[in-house]
Write a new protein. Structure first.
Length: 607
């Protein structure tokens, strides 16, 4: 789909343009003034944002990595209940960004939405730390196999803290990566190349934070105290917020351009209202504002396309049909923005199942590891959640190898600055995910074979096995490599393909996939557990030695394979958002000359 976007005119002082010094993408400071390229943005500003993300991810995964263990061991919940509580909370964490994106795009802007969300996030972390520290807020320990359930107050305080974090995350998560990407001017060739690497290194920083959480913090929680294990990430979050605020004078900002949901709703309503009206053959007859109007407001104008032609009716001039003008007439740009988002929805739907597979690393993978021999030497015992560090390590290595070796080597042949298209990258990640789940099923089958040979499935309790926990490494490592390709590609894809005025929504869409995927994980686990239990041979019970977790993993493998096929079909038909192949004249005079930037089209589909 061809897209022509107008660029804002630079500030003029005393009749002289300073366009050469100012950004060309409409970036402003907090007061709404144009920003100097040399004073704000770029990697200098991003360094504060990246360091924030390092500490914030340490805080989040300090809770999430070991949550299923706290729920089962300290709050005395069963395996299915605890796993579902983890995925339900994770679902809320990643669905809330839709609200944050709405607030950022419609009212507050990304910066202030982020600041408000951070304050709420920190409040939730403080409450959670109190919940694991104050004795009266925890149930008594188990005694001779009898585990008293947590009271309503104890559950209320703990889960209250969790869901306050989820609400605060809604303000931070869709905006922080977008704020980071906003520090690079899309219309400056050098900064555009830097932004392509930004998402890889952004994820690299996230992985470092996760690695610290899944090793050091998890060990402290299991072997020192939960108070220390929660207190450190709470302090880390406070540090991260302070670091972000310290970088405020260096940030570039984008002006809020109204609610994307309202604009898209208006387009659909107008098109339906005028469903009988013909679309003129000449796109110039459709309603559109003058280029100068977009330039003055630092917004972007887009050309009309013939895809989803029905929506073009929203831009057909009313011609005195008596309909209310507010909801019956849209600009071509509003129509094209709506088309871009609609095009992303089918691909977004194919991200739900992969996110369900990812959710297993923090739930059933952890419970699976707890049944195995976790000793290294006579004294040291690995926390079961720490095996997740190998997911992070493999992701770290894969991101570096991909960005520094693979992309540089392959771009010589593909002529694509990214090496391969984002959809190809995501597709490879999906395939590796399916292989990882198949490997997990085979490993669990081997573990259960040992259990049954020794009659350990008849003991009535979950007896630890002599099999080393490191036998689970292949599934963790493969899942990590898959995530390095899929997760980074997904975030960049939805950000890149969203309209310029809806970047926060694009980021929120990629995060929403995690939310729906986690909720889907809860639904599938509950459904499979209930159906198989009714048939007398439950696949997942509190005692994994008496379960058929290998069958459940096999089911997820088949589900992932089918989803991958659907993704391949959809992505092969997808046309990337393409920048204009014509020269974009930017009204800027530098020493009396007009600067020009030649933008090349992006590659399309999987081919």
């Amino acid at each position: 789909m061809a897209v022509t976007e107008s660029l804002p005119l630079p500030a003029m002082e005393n009749g002289e343009s300073k366009g050469g010094k100012y950004t060309q993408d409409g970036s402003v400071d907090l007061r709404g003034n144009p920003v100097l390229r040399s004073k704000r943005g770029g990697w200098t500003a991003c360094s504060f944002i990246v360091v924030y993300e390092l500490f914030e991810r340490m805080a989040y995964y300090g809770i999430a990595s070991n949550l299923v263990i706290y729920l089962t061991d300290k709050l005395h919940q069963g395996t299915v209940e605890a796993s579902n509580n983890v995925t339900n909370w994770s679902g809320a964490v990643f669905i809330m960004p839709l609200l944050g994106a709405y607030a950022a795009d419609a009212y507050l802007g990304r910066y202030w939405t982020f600041v408000a969300g951070s304050a709420i996030y920190f409040l939730g972390m403080c409450l959670l730390t109190l919940a694991v520290t104050i004795p009266s807020l925890k149930p008594p320990p188990c005694n001779d196999g009898v585990c008293p359930p947590a009271s309503a107050l104890q559950l209320g305080v703990y889960f209250g803290g969790l869901y306050i974090i989820a609400f605060g995350n809604g303000g931070t998560k869709p905006n922080i990566s977008t704020i980071g990407a906003d520090q690079f001017d899309e219309f400056d060739p050098r900064e555009k190349m830097q932004k392509m690497s930004f998402f890889n290194w952004w994820m690299f920083t996230i992985f470092v934070g996760i690695l610290f959480s899944s090793t050091v913090l998890v060990y402290l929680q299991d072997n020192v105290s939960w108070s220390v294990g929660y207190g450190i990430p709470t302090l880390g979050l406070l540090i991260s917020i302070s670091i972000f605020l310290a970088g405020t004078p260096l940030y570039r900002h984008k002006v809020p351009q109204g609610s994307p949901f309202t604009r898209m709703g208006k387009v659909v309503a107008a098109a339906v209202w005028k469903w009988r009206m013909p679309v003129p053959a000449d796109a110039k007859e459709l309603h559109e504002l003058e280029l100068e109007e977009y330039t003055r407001k630092r917004k972007f104008r887009m050309d009309s396309t013939n895809t989803m032609r029905f929506l073009n009716k929203a831009a057909v001039k009313n011609g005195g049909d008596g309909s209310p003008a507010k909801w019956s007439l849209c600009t071509v740009t509003q129509v094209e923005e709506t088309k871009q988002i609609v095009k992303l929805v089918p691909l977004l739907a194919t991200m739900f199942v992969p996110c369900t597979l990812i959710a297993q690393t923090n739930t059933l993978f952890v419970k699976q590891g707890k049944t195995m021999n976790r000793h290294i030497g006579p004294r040291f015992q690995i926390p079961p959640a720490s095996l997740g560090a190998f997911v992070t390590l493999s992701m770290l290595v894969a991101v570096v190898v991909y960005d520094r070796l693979f992309v540089k080597a392959i771009r010589k042949y593909t002529k694509n600055p990214r090496g391969i298209t984002l959809l190809k990258r995501m597709g490879i990640g999906l395939l590796l995910q399916v292989v990882a789940m198949a490997m997990a099923s085979l490993m669990e089958s081997r573990r259960l074979s040992y259990v049954r040979r020794h009659g350990l499935d008849k003991t009535g309790r979950e007896v630890p096995l002599p099999l080393t926990i490191f036998e689970l490494l292949p599934q963790y490592v493969l899942m990590g490599v898959a995530d390095a390709l899929l997760v980074v590609g997904k975030i960049e894809f939805f950000y890149d393909q969203a309209p310029e005025s809806m970047k926060s929504l694009g980021t929120a869409m990629s995060l929403t996939a995690y939310g729906v995927g986690n909720v889907l994980s809860s639904f599938l686990l509950s459904l499979v557990s209930r159906v198989t239990q009714e048939r007398g041979d439950a696949w997942v019970t509190n005692n994994l030695n008496a379960s058929h977790l290998d069958y459940y993993y096999g089911f997820l493998t088949v589900l992932g394979a089918v989803n991958t096929l659907v993704f391949v079909v959809l992505s092969s038909r997808y046309s990337y958002k393409v920048e204009s192949t014509e020269t974009i004249d930017i009204a800027m005079a530098v020493q009396g000359e007009t600067a020009k930037i030649q933008l090349q089209p992006k590659h399309e589909g999987l081919s």
